[in-house]
Write a protein that binds this ligand. Structure first.
Ligand code: SAH
Length: 227
């Protein structure tokens, strides 16, 4: 069973459209869609926004639906200059920028038990690179910073970028990464840029959510053909 997880309905809608037929199961106040695609069984869901929602949904996909690999698809804000709206980037590692116990001498983003960064699965990342090559798409890779904040302010953006050398900011990836790595499930996190996380990011987000979400969802589904 392969899990495909997004945070918002818009992020998984293109996948549900492509698989055409699916069965809906309600559990833990969320909906899980079971489908077959390219000889693989899929469990598809959107968690709703934020780290806790994403952690619950990833856990359910693994523990209840027996997902043995998890692919996250969605949109994010760009921190590095090289990333523009619509660009695709997968995470090499992820961190939680809003976990702050610096009062006790720990560095920013320190998570008891896992330190700061969680690395993604290199086999899935290689499959992503092959997929991009075959489709003639540019796929970047880098560090994702996750936190329960929609970043739309220059000073916050610069702080996250400088503190963690992060390329992209969003609100779910690192919590999914923690769940998957602690439960021993290989995972992949892909994001298409919807905004640049500075002043006015909320307007770009609204404008580009659907188109960027589709870029990411279509890519993840192409990866499933190779699994
Ligand atoms: N419009 C939504 C809120 C969107 S929050 C509502 O009203 O309910 C932004 C979502 O997109 C999150 O799931 C997050 O992971 C991602 N995202 C995109 N740009 C972001 C940014 N600049 N900062 C943080 N998260 C961002």
């Amino acid at each position: 069973m392969i899990a495909i997880l997004g945070a918002m309905q818009e992020e998984i809608e293109p996948i549900l459209k492509s698989v055409k037929e699916y069965k809906e199961i309600e559990y833990a106040k969320n909906k899980f869609y079971l489908a077959n695609y390219a000889s693989n069984e899929l469990v598809i869901a959107y968690s709703k926004i934020g780290k806790v929602n994403a952690a619950i949904t990833a856990t359910v996909m693994i523990e209840k639906f027996n997902a043995s690999r998890l692919l996250f698809t969605g949109v994010a804000g760009a921190l590095s200059h090289g990333l523009k709206i619509g660009d695709l980037m997968f995470a090499t590692s992820l961190l939680q920028h809003d976990l702050d116990i610096t009062a006790f001498g720990h560095p920013h983003g320190y998570v008891p038990g896992i330190e700061i960064f969680t690395k993604t699965d290199s086999d899935l990342n290689d499959i992503a690179k092959q997929t991009a090559e075959q489709k003639g798409l540019i796929l970047k890779s880098g560090i994702i910073a996750t936190g329960d904040i929609f970043v739309c302010e220059a000073s916050k953006k610069e702080w996250i970028k400088d503190t963690f050398k992060a390329d992209v900011v969003e609100m779910e990836g690192a919590s999914v990464a923690q769940v998957c790595s602690q439960l021993g499930v290989p995972f992949f996190v892909l994001r298409a840029i919807s905004d640049e996380a500075g002043g006015g990011a909320e307007f770009d987000f609204d404008e580009f959510l659907a188109s960027s979400a589709k870029v990411s969802a279509d890519f993840v589904l192409s990866m499933v053909e190779k699994l």
